[in-house]
Design a binder for this molecule. Structure first.
Ligand SMILES: Cc1cc2nc3c(=O)[nH]c(=O)nc-3n(C[C@H](O)[C@H](O)[C@H](O)COP(=O)(O)OP(=O)(O)OC[C@H]3O[C@@H](n4cnc5c(N)ncnc54)[C@H](O)[C@@H]3O)c2cc1C
Ligand code: FES
Length: 259
């Protein structure tokens, strides 16, 4: 069930350049289910900024009714969020979206998790769940530079974790595909979240395996009512079929929507 709640900031810290980790406490956590779902956050009371901002659920701690978000400061909304302190309240709507599927037939299989920039956070809860499901996980995470990278150790504690940075300051120089193209072995399932060019490159390489891509589309309402986030369905010649990223996604099987 989707709820709206004023949640309490348990902690807020800067974990990399312009990257913040915020832990929030509240009843809404009991509704969180699938990794890859997101929350819609109102950064400030009142009308400025008016719209909520979609942020992925990065980690869920049901025992303590808490969850973690990791976000990059971009514009007005995320900069206001970064000013919140321990004990402050944040207006949260969620959990929203479908999330990544973890299916019984995945048990014992090998999964490749690929994240780019602010597409990395939802992969953390996903990776923990896959490991619980007795799967082998390999992570390939792309960042601009070492100073904007985060959670490499946390991912490495769950499975191999490779980094790619545009300037080569950490891991392999280049994009996530620079690592993937040189990797040995087969994967049974791919999960990815990040910018569209990255998802397109993965779609070309992994069209023959089970693959799920999470899209970071611009959003309005977040609950399927405003059509701000629609994207066309692949192979629809009439041009009338579409999916709403907020309520049908943000995760789609590879090949379902036009990237
Ligand atoms: C499903 C989903 C999950 C996301 N998860 C994360 C996350 O875990 N961490 C993180 O740092 N960011 C995440 N984003 C991106 C994040 O929503 C934007 O960076 C944020 O909304 C920017 O708001 P702003 O006010 O700081 O910037 P502004 O540029 O001032 O925002 C202006 C408007 O554009 C929208 N917008 C701008 N950039 C994006 C974007 N990339 N995606 C969607 N809407 C955008 C804002 O929501 C707002 O309505 C996610 C986006 C989606 C759709
Ligand atoms: S954001 Fe309103 S329909 Fe998706």
């Amino acid at each position: 069930m989707i709820r709206k709640e004023k949640m309490t900031v348990v902690s807020q810290k800067m974990i990399a350049e312009n990257i913040y980790e915020m832990i929030l406490h509240g009843e809404l956590v009991s509704e969180m289910d699938n990794p890859g779902q997101f929350v819609h956050v109102k950064a400030e009371e009142g009308i400025d900024p008016l719209l909520r901002r979609p942020i992925s659920i990065s980690s869920i701690d049901k025992k303590n009714n808490a969850f973690t978000m990791i976000y990059r400061t971009e514009g007005k909304g995320t900069k206001r969020l970064a000013q919140k302190n321990e004990g402050d309240s944040v207006d949260v709507l969620g959990p929203l979206g479908n999330g990544f599927p973890i299916l019984p037939h995945h048990k014992g299989k090998r999964a490749l998790l690929v994240g780019g920039g602010i597409g990395v956070p939802p992969l953390y809860e996903l990776s923990k769940r896959l490991v619980e499901n007795k799967m082998e996980v390999v992570h390939v995470l792309g960042f601009q530079t070492e100073s904007s990278s985060f959670y490499m150790e946390e991912f490495a504690s769950l499975g191999h974790a490779y980094a790619a940075t545009v300037d080569g300051s950490l891991g392999t120089k280049g994009f996530v595909t620079s690592i993937i193209d040189d990797m040995d072995g087969e994967f049974d399932v791919l999960y990815a979240c990040g910018p569209i060019p990255m998802l397109r490159a993965l779609e070309q390489r992994f069209s023959d395996i089970e693959a799920y891509l999470s899209l970071e589309q611009r959003m309005g309402c977040g609950i399927g009512a405003c059509f701000a986030c629609v994207c066309p369905v692949q192979g629809d010649e009439s041009g009338t079929e579409y999916r709403k990223v907020c309520s049908d996604g943000p995760v789609f099987p590879v090949g379902e929507v036009v990237l």
